[in-house]
Design a binder for this molecule. Structure first.
Ligand SMILES: C[S@@+](CC[C@H](N)C(=O)[O-])C[C@H]1O[C@@H](n2cnc3c(N)ncnc32)[C@H](O)[C@@H]1O
Length: 243
């Protein structure tokens, strides 16, 4: 990567991604709706799931790592992006094996590896050369400190990362995963992107308006909080000032 930017997402760039990949996104939404209606438990809300899909389409990663899949809702959004890109592999880490059961076999195909266990114990199976890191696992400060120390330093500068469940309110609770990650980012001068209603109401509204203009009107999943943050790893050593 020759040019490293802290922000790959802004409202304008997000809307451009919706416009660029609209037909594919509409197909994926229909596929995900079928899974949802079939009873798959879903944690990601629609905008954050769609931004994950669109960002994967745009960044075309070869190697994606997901920590925290539960029944595979985020997993299936990610796998559909890799399928639509025509290449790329996903390695998923979770204590529970629900995703292994519920992710459709034709979607998993030969692009998916599932590693069951506490990721802190199975970290040896994390592939080298991660191009996209997705985290939605334990929401404790301790777990955040673990992956900031153990996973983030493995990433090349400028690697896209997303972390779920940060902005359920305007500020995360002290001593939570979100508080630790936001401090780590602030120490490195990074202001992550979010479409969380509670923390970035204007961004949420602007993206909602654009989606409606483009014909995305029916929810796939009813949640509207979208508490995920999106950022890129910093140019400086991400482990250097860990606190
Ligand atoms: C909020 S759920 C994930 C939801 C999922 N991403 C979705 O879109 O529906 C959190 C998951 O993280 C897993 N988890 C929690 N701590 C973990 C750890 N230390 N290692 C691996 N997985 C963990 C839990 O078993 C749970 O399935």
């Amino acid at each position: 990567m020759s040019h490293v930017e802290a922000h790959d997402l802004t409202v304008d760039s997000a809307v451009r991604l919706y416009e660029k990949h609209l037909d594919a996104l509409q197909r994926v939404r229909a596929e995900q709706r079928e899974l949802h209606d079939g009873g798959m438990r879903a944690q990601l809300d629609d905008i954050e799931a769609e931004l994950t899909y669109l960002r994967l389409r745009e960044s075309t990663p070869q190697t994606v790592v997901e920590v925290g899949s539960l029944h595979g809702w985020s997993t299936t959004w990610i796998l559909r992006a890799l399928r639509d890109n025509g290449f790329g592999r996903l390695s998923t880490f979770d204590i529970v094996g629900g995703a292994r059961r519920d992710v459709p076999a034709d979607l998993a195909d030969d692009r998916w590896t599932f590693v069951q266990g506490d990721v802190r114990d199975t970290v040896g199976a994390v592939p080298d050369g991660i191009d996209y890191l997705f985290v939605d696992a334990a929401h404790t400060a301790r777990f955040a400190r673990w992956y900031l120390a153990e996973l983030l330093p493995r990433l090349r500068p400028g690697t896209p990362v997303s972390v779920h469940d940060v902005f359920h309110r305007a500020r995360p609770l002290p001593f939570s995963e979100g508080a630790v990650v936001l401090k780590w980012l602030a120490d490195r001068g990074i202001d992550p992107f979010t479409a969380a209603k509670a923390a970035a109401a204007d961004t949420y509204e602007r993206i909602m308006r654009a989606r409606i203009r483009l014909g995305i009107t029916e929810p796939v999943h009813p949640g509207t909080a979208n508490p995920m943050i999106f950022f890129r790893t910093p140019v400086t050593d991400p482990g250097a000032a860990l606190s």
